[in-house]
Write a protein that binds this ligand. Structure first.
Ligand code: F3S
Length: 283
């Protein structure tokens, strides 16, 4: 069996930096360390950190109830009010928001202050988008579908700044921006999709074109893994979404000559290597 593993599979710069920092803080403090939300969408890593005394705060209410400790802000970033809350409570915090996400916060803060309506192309329930919205000083709208874009046009906004969730699919972003450009109005478009995402998506599509089956590895709640899966499935119908080696169904790989492997930004290398080795040896 030939196996083609994407070079861009796995941790991106922002996630690697965040995970390393949590391990570092856990080593220094030994207890009372919290991440505001799971540091990454990977149960194995979160479980390992738990053993090292790192707990996950799952909501703003849990943060409000916290009396002491060190809170780590993950790479997705948080709304401004979370920083205010941390300061009010006098809690220590370590901010590992990815610099590319911080850049979007600064853009929406500046442009909304200048009176622009902020449009975020992305998923309104994603923590990164929630965080970005929390830096807008005026109205903001999240758009994910063509219908939502058409509706936004009908609403007749005049002065708009369009940014994107860092992990949004570039082609879909372009399509939505084209819809939003149908009307003549003051519009500032900033493509804030992260390069790590672009590269990973482009490489996955290239590999998917040349293989009989494709394996996409990542947490089930990881939006960038879900997008990778959609892209690969669009090119190679035998595409499988797994979280770990245990999810791999060997029957699906009978009579297959060549398999491609890619993984989302929160998938540890260890899991990618395990899957790759297994496929090479067992199939
Ligand atoms: Fe940052 Fe891009 Fe990763 S925005 S967290 S380097 S996907």
């Amino acid at each position: 069996m030939e196996v083609k593993t994407a070079k861009s599979a796995g941790f991106c710069f922002g996630v690697k930096r965040a995970v390393e920092k949590v391990y570092e803080v856990a080593g220094e403090k030994r207890s009372g360390v919290y991440t505001y939300g799971s540091i990454i969408h990977n149960e194995e890593v979160v479980g390992d950190l738990e053993k090292k005394g790192v707990s996950v705060l799952n909501s703003e209410e849990e943060l409000k109830a916290l009396a002491e400790g060190t809170v780590i802000i993950r790479s997705h970033g948080v709304p401004r009010r979370i920083y205010e809350l941390l300061r009010e409570k006098g809690l220590d915090y370590v901010d590992v928001t990815c610099p590319f996400v911080l850049k979007i916060h600064r853009i929406v803060e500046r442009e909304s202050r200048a009176g622009r309506h902020i449009v975020i192309i992305g998923d309104k329930d994603h923590p990164e988008v929630e965080g970005t919205r929390g830096w807008c000083e005026g109205p903001s709208t999240v758009i994910k579908t063509r219908e939502e874009a058409e509706k936004f046009l009908r609403e007749g906004h005049e002065n708009v700044c369009i940014v994107s969730q860092t992990t949004f699919n570039y082609k879909n972003f372009q399509e939505l921006v084209e819809i939003l450009a149908k009307k003549r109005y003051d519009r500032l478009v900033l493509n804030t999709i992260c390069n790590a995402t672009n590269e990973r998506q482009a490489e996955a599509a290239e590999i998917a074109k040349t293989v009989d089956a494709m394996i996409v590895i990542g947490g089930k709640h990881s939006s960038n893994t879900q997008k990778l899966f959609e892209i690969c499935k669009g090119v190679c119908k035998n595409t499988y979404y797994i979280q770990t080696l245990a999810d791999l169904d060997s029957d699906s790989f009978r009579s297959i000559q060549c398999v491609g492997i890619t993984a989302g930004a929160s998938t540890p290398n260890k899991i990618i290597e395990e899957v790759s080795k297994h496929v090479r040896i067992k199939f």
